[in-house]
Design a protein around this ligand. Structure first.
Ligand code: PEP
Length: 241
């Protein structure tokens, strides 16, 4: 398993359902990752293209956007954590709000997925986040604590699991909490949930070239999960530089 403690910042590029072969070739030709040991850059393309990255990626890591909660068996269409190993995958996003919302994933599913990943030496990036309604009802802390308590498996620790705090209302909308709100929420996530106090906690939700430096430099933020802006290679190169 990759040693997380050596990184000061972690950048996850979540391509979602975007990209094709020619896009990948152009992207990889242009991607510039400094061989510094301090930044961890993780590219998560659609699963079908994982093999196109295997052994080509330099100075960065391959991640999956999701995985089956099952190990093997009669589950048509599913892909197991174990098979990700064959393609050099070191990280996997689980519990993204789009999976929770459109594919009815619940905290228990996410816990099972994370557990299978850890068993197969892949680091789960477990996403948590509140909706706009929950935020407006002042339920953010309550919602996040519930997700933390119910989606993080008992075997998770600061060495084998990453958390990504992604307010649902900020994903793909261009809206973000203020810088102070992000720092304060990350602080509270750690302090209210002792079991994840020392975990790497990333922020996600409309991170772009304009706001990334300020967000990444916050004391309690260990990196960013980047969707839309990670597809713009020039912008992404500058963010990870
Ligand atoms: C995401 O994909 O989790 C995400 C945060 O997307 P965006 O950066 O586009 O808001």
């Amino acid at each position: 398993m990759i040693k997380l403690s050596k990184f000061s910042s972690i950048f996850v590029a979540n391509w979602k359902l975007n990209g094709n072969l020619s896009f990948i070739n152009q992207y990889l030709d242009s991607l510039k990752v400094n061989p510094s040991q301090l930044n961890c850059v993780i590219i998560c393309p659609p699963t079908i293209y994982l093999n196109n990255f295997n052994s080509i990626l330099k100075n960065c890591y391959l991640g999956s956007q999701d995985i089956s909660k099952f190990e093997s068996g009669a589950y048509t269409g599913e892909i197991s954590s174990k098979s990700l190993n064959d393609f050099g995958v070191k990280f996997c996003i689980v519990g993204h709000s789009e999976r929770r919302q459109y594919f009815n994933e619940n905290n228990n599913d996410i816990k099972n997925k994370a557990s299978k990943l850890i068993k197969n030496n892949i680091i789960p990036i477990i996403c948590i986040g509140e909706s706009l309604k929950q935020k407006n009802e002042n339920k953010t802390i309550e919602v996040l604590s519930y997700q933390i308590n119910n989606s993080i498996p008992s075997e998770s620790n600061q060495h084998n699991t990453i958390i990504a705090y992604e307010p649902i209302w900020a994903i793909g909308t261009g809206l973000t909490p203020t810088i102070d709100e992000i720092e304060n929420l990350h602080y509270l996530i750690r302090k209210n949930n002792i079991k994840i106090e020392n975990f790497k906690i990333l922020y996600g939700g409309s991170v772009n070239l304009q706001n990334s430096r300020e967000i990444i430099n916050l004391t309690n933020v260990d990196g960013a999960l980047i969707g839309g802006a990670s597809l713009k290679i020039d912008e992404f190169n500058q963010m990870i530089a």
